[in-house]
Design a protein around this ligand. Structure first.
Ligand SMILES: Cc1cc2nc3c(=O)[nH]c(=O)nc-3n(C[C@H](O)[C@H](O)[C@H](O)COP(=O)(O)OP(=O)(O)OC[C@H]3O[C@@H](n4cnc5c(N)ncnc54)[C@H](O)[C@@H]3O)c2cc1C
Length: 340
């Protein structure tokens, strides 16, 4: 039998690991290089909206998501008050990245994949067989993302989304009674650490009611994580470079769709990569096919998210959004489908 060409994946997040695992299951020689290690907490709302059953089936993700919580409702809060309760057209899943990424990494190794952790690869010239799943790219954005798990925090709803001054923060239940607290804020010169830093950011964003609520909670200090310079755009890959997940395009987190997009992009790349490994297609064609598929697949949701993002970030537009929503003039259902 003719041997399969190898695939090298740089970045062991959701896109890289799920793709690596799916390729290994087809017998492809795959290596994944990951700058960090597992398990690890990551800045992420841990709310997976818009992940279709077909993507789950194509990548064989069901065993890793079997204990994910199913969430049906989102409550939107403005200035500490409930503005609108939204019933999701299809349930979202919630599971910590601490669990999810480690499960995928273990399964990849068990399937015979070669996984190198603590291995930051210098990404240079595009080369045949090399897939970049290195996550979000550094930008000049003034935004910072913060996250921590709270241990005893009652919620009013599956996902509470609080809009503050140039910021928003989501609270959602994940496994073991934990509540993931994760927000996107305008970066400020604040010196506290861990939960205290998040609470200070909430106060700076005029989310005082929520800050007081969190001040009374217990936290898993180990779960605190932060990322700076979070920006959202679509990357046009250079010739023959092959990017998936956030490395290709990052959607604003309020959509809860970034993880689904990472998986979806891995699923879209699977068949073209299999053709390449079997020698049925060359690398430039494979790159072009996948890039076109991803552009078609994500164009509408990225454009919609780009238009809506200022409305969840900026106080004046937030008020307009709330007024429209309270008057039931906001087409939440069509917007949900445009974003997922
Ligand atoms: C504040 C915030 C909240 C979010 N909330 C949600 C949410 O609720 N729901 C949702 O669906 N999405 C959310 N997202 C987005 C979601 O986290 C991402 O879309 C998702 O993680 C993308 O997966 P990925 O595999 O592309 O990248 P990642 O999961 O980021 O993985 C990339 C990996 O590549 C590694 N890496 C980077 N460079 C190198 C290198 N040179 N060499 C080797 N390894 C490298 C990194 O260490 C990392 O492990 C949120 C994002 C932010 C910032």
């Amino acid at each position: 039998m003719k041997s399969l060409r190898p695939i090298e994946i740089i970045g062991g997040g959701l896109a890289g690991l799920s793709l690596g695992l799916a390729l290994r299951r087809q017998g492809v020689p795959v290596s994944v290089s990951e700058a960090g290690s597992y398990p690890r907490h990551r800045v992420c709302g841990e709310f997976i909206a818009g992940l279709s059953d077909s993507t789950v089936a194509q990548l064989g993700l069901a065993p890793f998501l079997s204990d994910a919580l199913q969430h049906h409702e989102v409550s939107w809060f403005l200035e500490g008050k409930l503005a609108r309760r939204q019933h999701l057209p299809s349930p979202a899943r919630a599971l910590s990245r601490y669990r999810l990424d480690a499960r995928l990494a273990n399964a990849f190794v068990e399937a015979g994949g070669s996984l190198q952790t603590q291995a930051r690869v210098c990404v240079g010239q595009a080369k045949a067989g090399c897939v970049l799943t290195t996550g979000r790219r550094r930008t000049t954005s003034p935004s910072i993302g913060l996250k921590i798990h709270a241990l005893n925090l009652p919620l009013e709803c599956d996902l509470e989304l609080h809009l503050g001054a140039e910021s928003y923060i989501g609270l959602t239940r994940v496994e073991n009674g934990r509540v993931n607290v994760c927000g996107l804020f305008r970066r400020r010169e604040l010196v506290a650490q861990g939960a205290a830093l998040i609470i200070d950011y909430l106060r700076a964003a005029k989310l005082t009611v929520l800050a007081d609520r969190l001040a009374g909670a217990d936290f898993d200090g180990e779960s605190f994580s932060a990322v700076a310079a979070v920006g959202f755009d679509q990357h046009v890959p250079a010739n023959c470079s092959f990017t998936l997940g956030d490395a290709c395009a990052m959607i604003p987190p309020f959509t809860g769709n970034g993880m689904a997009m990472a998986f979806q992009s891995a699923a879209a790349a699977l068949d073209p990569l299999l053709s390449y490994t079997r020698g049925e297609a060359e690398w430039p064609t494979t790159c072009a096919v996948v890039q076109t598929t991803l552009e078609n697949c994500f164009r509408l949701r990225l454009a919609t998210a780009k238009v809506l993002h200022p409305f969840v970030l900026e106080p004046v537009r937030q008020r307009w959004l709330t007024r429209l929503s309270r008057a039931h003039l906001l087409p939440l259902r069509p917007l949900y489908f445009a974003l997922h």
